[in-house]
Design a protein around this ligand. Structure first.
Ligand SMILES: *[C@@H]1O[C@H](CO)[C@@H](O)[C@H](O)[C@H]1NC(C)=O
Ligand SMILES: *[C@@H]1O[C@H](CO)[C@@H](O)[C@H](O)[C@H]1NC(C)=O
Ligand SMILES: *[C@@H]1O[C@H](CO)[C@@H](O)[C@H](O)[C@H]1NC(C)=O
Ligand SMILES: *[C@@H]1O[C@H](CO)[C@@H](O)[C@H](O)[C@H]1NC(C)=O
Ligand SMILES: *[C@@H]1O[C@H](CO)[C@@H](O)[C@H](O)[C@H]1NC(C)=O
Ligand SMILES: [Zn+2]
Length: 504
């Protein structure tokens, strides 16, 4: 299969060379005036050159796989975050670039659940990690399993393998980073099989007929084999009669298990290079080259929002966790699989607070920039996508360069409205008629919503996929979300594509 791929690669490279030879050299003077034809011709030419280069499909085998998952990072969130990032840097905004804007290949992912038009983060995690569409709220199980129905998940033929397990079977190192709890829906899709994403620390029947998610992470395969686990959620790992090391809050486990100790005991049987960390100081001191297993539970619950975190810097940012994870995982000559979740983009949207969602997105973008620097384009496939969208829209006709968090005025009827708003959520307010004192720019500001709901909802439109590295061109067109791990594992020749006879 590898030989076939190389042959196909050579052929394509040859065709590209021939095409390139026919390309006239478009050199025109550098122009900066956006009102001229030449400026836009020049921009188009640069893009054309870049895309012609990308058409040299990279048929190499991916040694490393990294997936960045912006939870709830739909298209409007991406556009608004690009503008926000640019405006923070003093640019007009629309001219700015997110790191993944530069990725050569993109596609659209259809996110529906088997039983709902608009998905949650559990059935979508099952799709983009296990490659199978499932029912709302279920994780790592097929569509035979009904939400919160423990019994229906008991037959093990309903349990699915994830791309992380495929990577482990191939001898790769595996890990994940999240800004949510490590037992939250997205990361749990890597290692858990459950009829409910809500069973993070307790099984419904109490006698472990359906083990909870934290227990599966520590005691079951493939969770047991994960080398790097970084995120929040200590609450699910210790008994409800014990207090948390940092917050002093009680644990959530009713079975009184000390899962952190169990994890440490288990790993110390395999290696002496094992670390459990609960704060940033300790995380920073962990030496990647001397670490085989790292469990970082850096929050009692979710990690703080980036906007709140950056004020005190008590917790690590997503890029700092990503940096540590890659440096540990890349030591394996067989390569690695890493999932990085910008998980709180979604929470900020549910709260109706667009600024926080944009800040979370820009923070994940920084982690992507770091991942590009720490890995090689020749052997690392990086995929950036979202599980589902949110109802935020970018409205109206504000002037170019208008603050993305600001307002615009309808000239005809002199009505002021915010550029960002939601179809539903907590920002609903019938008496909202003035936006004085820049209130819309505040960190806690809730953008207006059409319908009142205490939590803004997900949205059902397709989400984009961005890819760079070996076989990144497999991401094209419109496909089911469940295609994503199949394309990634094909690139790495693992899992269902391990001994595949599929030819190109
Ligand atoms: C299903 O799970 C049971 C209990 O863990 C195990 O004994 C059995 O071998 C499994 N069956 C298959 C087909 O994996
Ligand atoms: C919590 O309960 C366990 C037994 O279930 C006991 O060993 C432990 O000492 C208790 N912890 C506290 C702080 O009381
Ligand atoms: C971080 O954790 C270590 C190990 O548990 C502890 O000794 C240290 O005091 C903590 N540091 C801070 C700043 O909380
Ligand atoms: C609704 O808007 C009015 C006017 O701006 C403001 O005084 C009030 O606090 C808002 N209510 C809520 C629930 O946000
Ligand atoms: C609103 O923000 C703008 C730009 O940041 C600033 O120039 C202006 O003084 C602010 N107005 C008020 C009332 O705070
Ligand atoms: Zn959500």
């Amino acid at each position: 299969m590898r030989l076939l791929r190389m042959a196909a690669g050579l052929l394509l490279a040859l065709i590209t060379v021939v095409n390139n030879a026919k390309l006239p050299d478009f050199s025109i003077e550098e122009v900066t005036d956006l009102t001229t034809q030449n400026y836009w011709y020049q921009q188009a030419r640069k893009t054309l050159k870049k895309n012609l280069k990308f058409s040299k499909y990279d048929h190499r085998r991916a040694k490393n796989l990294i997936m960045f998952l912006g939870d709830g990072m739909g298209m409007s969130t991406i556009t608004a975050s690009r503008i926000y990032k640019g405006q923070k840097a003093g640019l007009m905004g629309a001219d700015a670039k997110l790191t993944f804007d530069e990725f050569p290949h993109t596609s659209l992912s259809k996110t529906y659940a088997l039983d709902k038009q608009t998905s949650d983060s559990a059935n979508t995690a099952t799709a983009f990690l296990c490659g199978v569409k499932a029912n709302y709220g279920t994780l790592g199980v097929n569509g035979k399993v009904l939400y919160e129905n423990c019994k229906s998940s008991k037959d093990n033929y309903t349990n699915l393998q994830s791309i992380l397990e495929w990577a482990q079977e191939d001898g790769k190192s595996t890990g994940f980073v999240t800004s949510t709890r490590v037992t939250h829906a997205t990361p749990a899709g890597l290692y858990a099989h459950t009829a409910s994403r809500n069973w993070e620390f307790e099984s419904p029947d109490g006698d472990h007929e359906c083990p909870d998610i934290a227990l599966q992470l520590v005691k079951y395969m493939p969770g047991k084999n994960i080398q790097v686990i970084l995120g929040g959620g200590r609450q699910a790992f210790f008994p409800n009669n014990e207090s948390d090391v940092e917050t002093k809050e009680k644990g959530k486990r009713t079975d009184r298990k000390y899962l952190i100790d169990e994890w440490l005991d288990d790993k110390k049987r395999i290696s002496t290079r094992v670390h459990y960390v609960t704060n940033m100081t300790y995380l920073r001191s962990v030496k990647p080259e001397e670490t085989d297993y790292l469990l970082g539970l850096l929050g009692y619950d979710n990690m703080p929002y980036e906007l709140d975190r950056s004020k005190e810097e008590k917790e690590p940012a997503i890029w700092e966790m990503t940096d540590k994870a890659i440096r540990i995982l890349r030591k394996n000559p067989n390569g690695f699989f890493l999932l990085v979740e910008g998980g709180r983009i979604d929470h900020a949207h549910h709260d109706g607070m667009a600024k926080k969602a944009l800040e979370e997105t820009v923070a994940m973008d920084k982690a992507i920039e770091l991942a590009l620097r720490l890995t090689d384009r020749e052997d690392t496939l990086i995929v950036v996508t979202a599980d589902h969208s949110h109802t935020m829209t970018i409205s109206g006709y504000p002037k170019l360069g208008n603050n993305i968090l600001g307002t615009s005025v309808s000239e005809e009827i002199n009505v002021e409205y915010t550029v960002l708003s939601y179809a539903n959520g907590p920002g609903y307010n019938t008496s909202r008629d003035n936006f004085e004192n820049n209130i819309t720019l505040g960190n806690e500001y809730k953008q207006p919503a059409t319908f009142y709901l205490d939590s803004e909802t997900h949205a059902g439109e397709d989400v984009p996929v961005f890819a760079i590295g070996p076989m990144a061109h497999l991401f094209q067109g419109v496909h089911d979300q469940s295609y994503i791990p199949h394309a990634m594992s094909f690139a790495a020749c693992i899992g269902p594509s391990k001994d595949s006879a599929v030819t190109l």
